[in-house]
Write a new protein. Sequence first.
Length: 407
Amino acid sequence: MSDTTGDSELPDRTDTVVVGGGVMGTSIAYFLARAGDRSVTLLERDTLAAGSTGDSSAILRHHYGDETIYTDMAWWSHDFFRSFEQEVGPRIAYEGSPLVRFADEGTPGGAYARDGYDALAERGIPVSMQEGDAIVEEYPMYDGASEFDLAVSDDTAAYSDGSDAALGFARGAGEHGADIVTGVSVTGIRTHNGDVTGVDTDSGPLECDEVVVAAGPWTPQLAETVGVEIPIRPVREQIVLLDPPSDYAEAYPSLTPTTSLPDGEWYIRPDFGEGVLVATHRYVDEVDPDDYDEEPDEEMMLELVENLETVIPELADAGIKGTYCGVYSTTPDHDFVIDEAGPDGCYWACGFSGHGFKHAPAVGSLVTAVVRDEEPTLGDERIDLDYFALERFEEAPDGNGAPDDYI
């Protein structure tokens, strides 16, 4: 899809401004506009999906150990993605690819894998488990498979394309009457007597009653203009697209399961067009989102080859189809922020990077419920948004606590 959805001029006034044209902002704009009870304007500083969304690996999975709030959100969202063309209009890229958790009994990883298995099984989400020799039979390309006690497969996991989804949501929002304005930066939020009255932009002010900020790593800057502190760190992650040798592709038509590599700092999944995507998942390389190296480090490339030789040796000689870097915007506990904070009518949706794409439809629906003062539900399931409230960081600097494993 090409970016054909942007309008060139600000409206004179709007009821609700959504800041950010990534998959979260466009999803929020879509669900707000579809509700039909307010005018909606989305403002994006660049082009749609120009930030983290465009670099997302767009994995759709449901296994989250015992953090079932994410399982419920991911499953509802996955159903939405499956029917995206019917729900929203545009067709988006989509490929099934089971996600596998390799683990050993008696370890935190083993408990995490089994907790996720139980959570999926209880919800009727397709899941399977292999043990012993069955692991090697199921994943013959994975050289270290025999060393693990168990492998839990999130059988209906998949992957999509972040830009496709964001552009699709934007078009859907536009069809429901939203204004999609690109190339306009929001520089501040206007208030009067504790209420939101508008936003300042580099193209002039825009009056509104509500503002939803979903601006990824740029969100804290806007939060500061209304005295709200949001603990987000922008961190750089590195991605390599591999072209597997022809004999490897012939031997293993599925190429690889989507999985984390042993140290948990890497993950791998198949890619569109018979490729393989390998990416870091480290949360350590803090950067300025406006000024960072967009090419992977030579040291990282050497480390990648070393990892592949150990785990999937037949990929160590794969050709390189492309490389790039993206930015995560992450909270201390790697959990989301979905909250109203600061002046009345000011809402925040951020901190999604690393495991957010898969939840975009749920986030759009839930934020819309919050803005409209409705019960936050997905289907018949009420979602406890207190889990994502900013006040958790006032109670403890690490919020909900150290994360387990997210891709």
